[in-house]
Design a protein around this ligand. Structure first.
Ligand code: URP
Ligand code: ZN
Ligand code: ZN
Length: 458
C-alpha cells in the first residue's frame, strides 16, 4: 500500500484552517491530525505551506469543435496544464454538433479523453440539436453519470435552443435528477446589433463587446429563471459577468429556488480596455460574455463573498492568436469565442482573491473546489480534504509568487491574457489520488492517469 505523509502544514477546508499532518494511503486521505507518526513510504515537509484540496474546474472545453475550428488544447495538453495549475478534476462540455445523436457525442468525448487525461474528468452534455428522440437520449446519459446538460441561449444556427426547446431540456432534467447549465445571453438581439455594427464597418474586436451589452445577459438570466420555474428544474448559470445577473440569482435563491451560478477568473480580474489593444490584440479576449467595466467586477467579488455566486470556473476555451483568432481579422463575429484559463485559475484566485483581502482562504477553497464538487455530484470524493476523500492535494507556498507568461505556460496556446502578471502564492506540488502530477509548475504525471468520473444525480 503506497503511503505519503504531509507533515507540518496548514490544512485548509471550506470552513476552517488548522495545523495538521495529513496521511495518504492508496490514493485516499487516511488520517488528518497532529503529529501523525505513520511509517509512510514518502514524507513531504509542509512547514509554512498550505494544504488545499485539488481544484475542481467544472467548465472546460477541450478538443471542442467551435466556430469553424477546434480548441487548441486536447485532453492531454489541457489536463497537464490543469495539473500544473493545481486543478485535479475537470468537468468538460461534450459538445453535440448538429446532426449528431447525444450518445454518439458522449462516446466521442470518451474516446478523446481515455488514455490521454492526466487528471480525473467528467462530462456535461451541451445540447445543440433537439432531434426526435433527443429527450429520451438525455435520460440515458444521466444513467452514465452525465448529470448536467448545457444549453445556449445565444449562437442561433450554431448552438442556440429556442425557449420551447430550453423548456423541454429543463423539464427532462428535473424529472431525471439532473440540472441544466445555462449560457444566458439574448442571442437574437446580439446578432442584430452585431449585424448593424458590421454594416457600419465596425468590424474590430472591440465591437464584440459593444454588441453584447450587460442587458443582453441580464434579460436572458431572468427569462431562464422564470422558465425553470415552469419546468420545475434546477439550473446553474455558467460564466456570469454582470452585477444584474448576480442580483437576479440572489433574488431567486432568497426564495429557495434551485438556482446557482458561477463566474470566471477573467471576469474578476480583466477589464474591457483590453479590447482596444492595437494590432488585433483585442481578439485575445473575445470571449462570451465579454469583459465588463470595473463596477461589475466589484459586484462579482461581492457576490462570491455573499454566496450568491458559488463557483469560480475557468471557461477554458483556448484558441491560438495565430491562425485561429485571426479567422476574424475582417469581422469580429468570426473570431472564435473563448480564452485560456485552466492553468491559472487557482493561482489567480489565491493571489487576487485571498491576498488582496477580497476572500478568506476558506472561501477560496470553497469557490474553487468544494462547491463545484458539491454542485456537480462529486463531493466528498472530490473538493474536500477529509478522511476517505480522494487524495487530490495541492501544496501551496504563500511566501512564493507565480509569474504568468505564454513562454512558460503548459497549456497549448500562444498567448495568455495575464501575460506578465506576478501574483502572490506558488503552487509547489500537486497530487492526484496520491500520485505527484506536478512539481514547481512542471508536469511529472502521465497521460492516462486521469479516470472518468460518473457523477451523482442532484
Ligand atoms: O467565449 C466562450 N465562453 N466560449 C466558450 C463557449 C461558451 O459559451 O462557454
Ligand atoms: Zn457558454
Ligand atoms: Zn464555456
Amino acid at each position: 500500500m503506497a503511503s505519503t505523509l504531509f507533515s507540518g502544514g496548514t490544512v485548509v477546508t471550506s470552513d476552517a484552517s488548522f495545523a495538521a499532518d495529513l496521511l495518504v494511503v492508496d490514493g485516499r486521505v487516511a488520517a488528518i491530525g497532529s503529529a501523525l507518526s505513520a511509517d509512510a513510504d514518502e514524507r513531504v515537509d509542509c512547514n509554512g505551506r498550505l494544504l488545499v484540496p485539488g481544484g475542481v474546474d467544472v467548465h472546460t472545453h477541450l478538443d471542442a469543435p467551435m466556430m469553424g475550428t477546434t480548441t487548441s488544447d486536447d485532453f492531454e495538453s489541457g489536463t497537464r496544464a490543469a495539473a500544473c495549475g493545481g486543478t485535479t478534476t475537470i468537468v468538460d462540455f461534450a459538445l453535440q454538433v448538429k446532426g449528431q445523436r447525444i450518445p454518439e457525442t458522449l462516446a466521442l468525448y470518451h474516446e478523446k479523453a481515455a488514455g490521454r487525461a492526466a487528471v480525473d474528468y467528467g462530462f456535461h452534455i451541451a445540447v445543440t440539436d433537439l432531434y426526435d428522440g433527443a429527450i429520451a437520449d438525455l435520460g440515458g446519459v444521466v444513467d452514465d453519470g452525465v448529470t448536467s446538460f448545457k444549453i445556449f441561449m445565444a449562437y442561433r444556427g450554431m448552438m442556440m435552443l429556442d425557449d420551447g426547446e430550453m423548456f423541454e431540456v429543463m423539464r427532462e432534467a428535473g424529472r431525471r435528477g439532473a440540472q441544466v447549465c445555462i449560457h444566458a445571453e439574448n442571442g437574437d438581439v446580439i446578432d442584430r446589433v452585431a449585424a448593424d455594427l458590421v454594416a457600419q464597418d465596425k468590424t474590430e474586436p472591440r465591437y464584440h463587446a459593444v454588441s453584447r451589452p450587460p442587458s443582453t445577459e441580464v434579460e436572458a438570466v431572468r427569462r431562464a429563471i422564470q422558465i425553470s420555474r415552469i419546468a420545475d428544474a434546477p439550473i446553474y448559470f455558467v460564466h456570469l459577468s454582470v452585477a444584474g445577473s448576480a442580483e437576479a440569482v440572489a433574488a431567486a435563491r432568497a426564495e429557495d429556488w434551485p438556482v446557482s451560478a458561477e463566474t470566471c477568473t477573467h471576469y474578476l480580474t480583466l477589464g474591457p480596455e483590453l479590447y482596444d489593444r492595437p494590432d488585433f490584440e483585442g481578439a485575445k479576449v473575445v470571449l462570451t460574455p465579454p469583459l465588463r467595466e470595473p463596477e461589475h467586477r466589484e459586484a462579482l467579488w461581492k457576490s462570491l463573498r455573499t454566496g450568491a455566486l458559488g463557483v469560480v470556473s475557468s471557461d477554458h476555451c483556448p484558441f491560438c492568436f495565430r491562425d485561429q483568432k485571426e479567422l476574424g481579422r475582417d469581422d469580429f463575429r468570426r473570431i472564435p469565442n473563448g480564452g485560456p484559463g485552466v492553468e491559472h485559475r487557482m493561482p489567480l484566485m489565491y493571489g487576487e482573491g485571498v491576498r488582496t483581502g477580497r476572500l478568506s482562504v476558506e472561501q477560496y477553497v470553497n469557490l474553487t473546489a468544494t462547491t463545484p464538487a458539491k454542485s456537480f455530484g462529486l463531493f466528498p470524493r472530490k473538493g474536500a480534504l477529509t478522511v476517505g476523500s480522494d487524495a487530490d492535494v495541492v501544496v501551496l507556498d504563500p511566501s512564493g509568487t507565480t509569474t504568468i507568461s505564454a513562454d512558460t505556460q503548459v497549456q497549448r496556446i500562444d498567448y495568455t491574457p495575464w501575460e506578465g502578471w506576478t501574483t502572490p502564492g506558488r503552487i509547489e506540488r500537486v497530487y492526484s489520488r496520491g500520485r505527484l502530477v506536478s512539481r514547481d509548475g512542471s508536469f511529472v504525471g502521465n497521460a492516462g492517469h486521469g479516470r472518468y468520473l460518473a457523477r451523482s444525480r442532484l
